[in-house]
Every structure is written in C-alpha cells, then in structure tokens.
Design a binder for this molecule. Sequence first.
Ligand code: ADP
Ligand code: MG
Length: 632
Amino acid sequence: MTETTTAPEKKQEQHEFKAEVSRLLHMMVHSVYSEQEVFLRELISNASDACDRLRYAALTAPELLGDDKDFRITIHADPDARTLTITDNGIGMNREDMIENLGTIARSGTNAFLAELTGDAKKDLNLIGQFGVGFYSVFMVATRVEVISRKAGEDKAWRWESDGLGAFKISEAERDSRGTEIRIYLKDEAREFVEAQRLKAVVKKYSDHIPVTISLAVKGKDEETVNTGQALWMRPRSDITKEQYKEFYRHTAHAFDEPWATLHYRAEGVIEYSVLLYIPTQRPFDLFDPARKPRVKLYVKRVFITDDCEDVLPGYLRFVRGVIDSEDLPLNISREMLQHNPVLAKIRKAVTNKVLAELERKSKDAESYARFWDSFGAVLKEGIYEDGERRDKLLKLARFHSTSGDGLTSLDDYVKRMKPDQKAIYYITGDDLASVRRSPQLEGFRARGVEVLLLTDPVDDFWLSMVPEYDGKPFKSVTRGGSELKDLKTGKDDEKDTEKSEVTPGIEALVAAFKEALGDAVKDVRTTDRLTNSAVCLVADEGDMDIHMERILKAHHKLGHTSPRILEINPGHPVIKTLAATVQADAKSETVREAAELLLDQARIVEGEPLPDPAGFAARLSAAIARGFGGG
Ligand code: ADP
Ligand code: MG
C-alpha cells in the first residue's frame, strides 16, 4: 500500500491485487469472450445479494433502513460519456469491505474457476461463461471501474477504482445515501451496453427473477422498470419458462451447469411454505467438504434468512440447491434459534420425503438416473447409514456396479437375478472398480454365474455394517467367511462341481505343510472353490472384520492391529497340484516352505496390502526365478 497524499483525511491509498486476482483480471482485460454480457448478470446478482443482506440485518436493527425501505437496483446509461452505472440501496461496503471483497478472491466459486484453468485460451474462455467469476468479469467490458459505496449505518463513503491492471486505489468519497454505485467506463468495443434495447434484453435474460425492482434509465429518456421483480418461487409454475428456472438456479446456487431436476411446489395446510429446489447435474466443488452442510437458502416471507442452516435438509441431501420460503417461522428468527425449531423440523421432514419421491420418479429413466447417481450416489448412500427411518427408501434408490455387465443395478433387479439356491446378496468392497473387478475372490462366483455387487465408495463399508439384509436376503462379503459356493446348484455348472470334487492327491499334506511354514502369519490355511484362475487368496474369518473395512479404519487410525487372514488355496491350480505332489514325495521339502511364503505375499499384493518383509519377498522371488531358468 502506498499513500499518494499525506493529508490524513483525504488520502488515497494504492493496493496491489492479490496474485490470483491479477491472474483472473489479466484474463478478463484481454478476454475476447463473445458473451461479455454476463458481467451485467454478475453485478445485478451482487446488488441483489446486498439488498438481501441488508433486509436480513434490518430484522434486528430496523434503524439501518431509515426512510429508505424499498429496495431497488437502477441502471443508468450515458451514451455520450460511454458509461454505465449500476446503483443499489443494499448494505454497501466500507473501506475494509472493499479491500477484502474487491481485492482478493474470497469466493470459493472463483477459486474453483481458477483451478479449472488450462492455459488453453479457447477452453478457458468457455469457463468464464460457466463460472461467471463475479465482480471481476466487469473488466471484460471496462477500461476503468469506480465503486462508490456507503455502508448502511455508517457516515463515511468510499471510492474504489481500478483499470484492472495490477492495482486499485481507495479514497474517501461523497455519497448521500447508503448502498453501492458501480460506474463502468466502457471499452469502445463494448459501447452496445449503453443501448436501452440491449440492456433490457440482457436483464430479462439473466435477471428477471431477481426479487428487487430493476429499473433502466438511458440519458435523455424516461426511467422504466425492466424485470418482474417478484420472487420466482412465489409465481405459478405455468408462468415460468425453463430458461427462467435455469437462470434462477444459476443465480441462487452460484452454479453454471444445467439443473438435472427442478422441484417447485407450495405446501398449504398446517404449515405453509414454498419450495423451489434443484438437483445439479455436476458435482459442486465443495460436495465432500467435511462440514456436510446443506446449501439450501431459507427465506421467511420472502426475506432471506440464511444459506448456512444445518437443519434445513439432512447432510446426505447437501447436493440439493434452491430456496425454501416459510410463512410460519417468525421474521425475527435468529440463525441460532433455527436449531431444533419444530416448524423447521416439520418442513425438513416433508421436503426430504418430496426430494426422495422425486428421485424415485426420475429413477424410471435409467440412463438419466445413472448420470445423477454418478455425481451424487456416494452422498445419497450416507443416508442409508444415518437415516434409519428412510433406509428402505434409500436402499431402493441406490444403484450399484456388479459383475453382471458395466451398467448399474438396483437391489431389486439383483434379487430378481439371484440363483434359485442363492440365499445371500454377495458383494465385494474396494478402492476402485478396475481393481475390484480383478479380485481373485470373484473367480468362483463368476464361474458359477453368481452376481456380486462391486462397491467402491468409502461409505459402503459403513452402511453395510448397519444394514443386515435387503428383502430378507443377508448381505455377504465374498472376502469373508467360508465359501458356500458348492451349495449353489446353478444347473449348467454341475459338471464343474464334479470336476472340482476330484481330489488333488497330496492336498491335505500340502495344507498341513503350509500351516506349519506360515505359523502365526495366517489364521488358517484351507482349500476353496472360490478360485478358478488364481492359486491363492486371502479371506477374513466369518466373525472377523471385512478386509477392506479394516484397511479403511487403519488408514484413519481407528484401528491399530490387523487380524490375521485365512489363506485359501485352489486345489485345481497347476502350481498347487505340483506342490502337493512335491510334498507327498518329501514331507520336509524346502521348496514347499518357500512357496508358502511366496504365495502368501502374492495374495497380499493382490489384496493391496503392504508386505511385512519386502526384501525377503524379493530374495525368495529371485531365487524362484533363478531355479525356473535352471540356475538354482
Ligand atoms: P460473490 O458475489 O460470489 O461473493 P463477487 O466477485 O461477485 O463474488 O463479489 C465479491 C464480493 O464483493 C461480494 O461477496 C460482496 O461482499 C462484495 N460486493 C460486490 N458487489 C457489491 C454490492 N453491490 N454491494 C455490496 N457488496 C458488494
Ligand atoms: Mg457475485
């Protein structure tokens, strides 16, 4: 900061923009983005937010409003001077606010925008349209911008000005009333934004839903009102176009995708409220924020109260955006008083059910629903874990990958495909689909045509620990417990069963030799039908924790130890057959001993578990390779 005059009162300070703002501004100043008009949407949106904020503040401090109780936004255009001025009588900004809000990037949406930048000018320009990028977008059309503002309740006014090239100046200013005036000195190429027709069209297109009157005055002509000025959610559905719904979504959610679903209704009865909710198409950047806060805006009789209230919707619906406007909550309710408020609790309950009913309806279109599921399924599944009351509903809405095909399946469809003797719903959990699909534990199920659900969201292990069954069928991990595969008479696979039951000579001696060689490193060694192509795999004992669950808990330091696994061996595998023959000939064979260790390490690797002794493994493997090449 440098001071250009020394007089303490009228000093002008110069501030550098923060680095990320400079980067953004550089893009804006040099932008050749064709839809520059979005700058107006951003400035009107800010003006309307400023009115909302003052309206809320005035609930507890009515003196902030004084005689000036009607909120409005005015657009003045002066074709001769080539200036455009946007004025509001909202909350205003003081010096600190200006430095904080118009010098840094506070808004996380803009940070998300910067994170998406590729450096490829063409792609990045498209992002401006998608993200909007707020106040700074004014530099697409401006050579210079002045912001003169007086904060409600304060006497002093301040002027912020900048050409968008690295620095801004702040000085004291004069302003008769509260609020903000943004004066834009338009670039020659942007002179269309002084034309009444052009301005009217842009306001209609993007800002018609703004619940504050917007009027337009072009120098020398009469002032006219250009928007409907009524809260969109209070208007009948039949009056609202798709385009208007979309623009309101973008405004209220600070989002730039298309809404995947729009839910608009009015509840009348004991409690009255209006609801306009959206489900986005794309994941918002803060979806996995640990706070898990819902992002729906709560209004009381058209007055914005908060967008930060945990009690509006359950955490597992935090991807929902939009507005709930209550007629019954008291207007002077503080954000703290909303906690455990019985009216809000009833609204939350009813709206949650509505959202789930809408999801159910939309799930009939499998293709579209799969897109929703891909974005938000992992979040919705948290509800299976924590919302006992709606667990069944949520289980019905859930979709899963499985060994039958690449698409998603519902539990109902899985149950329909179950084999006649199949008693359980089989699943495997893991970190990602590709590696789960390769799990050796699936081999026997595949060979018998028994479908297995492939679960790869961290939340899966948690809800599975809460939900014993679906439709009377227990959930069962294929990596745990004894395999009941041989009990599954699946018709066409009968031949395979007889083939399997052929006894491998020496197999019992081999199991005994493995047990002795491995000692405490395993809980048990046994033969299995679980495998067809692999020689060995690890499973957890019936009563023990699932392998993947245990790994998640360990990663989160919730668990210090790992329970020993059961090593299962495939009696039909050539390696096992050879080893069985070896052990028959020489009960104390050193080769078999080493093979036991190698195979256990191999099973650990496939399972994604760390090896307790990587150097020992490498030495044994090298020795085995050397023998294979005739060297040992
Ligand atoms: P966002 O609107 O997403 O917060 P912007 O870049 O559009 O981001 O605006 C930055 C901040 O500047 C706003 O959050 C607000 O605090 C302040 N601001 C912008 N315009 C106004 C205005 N007309 N009145 C009061 N504050 C404003
Ligand atoms: Mg904004």
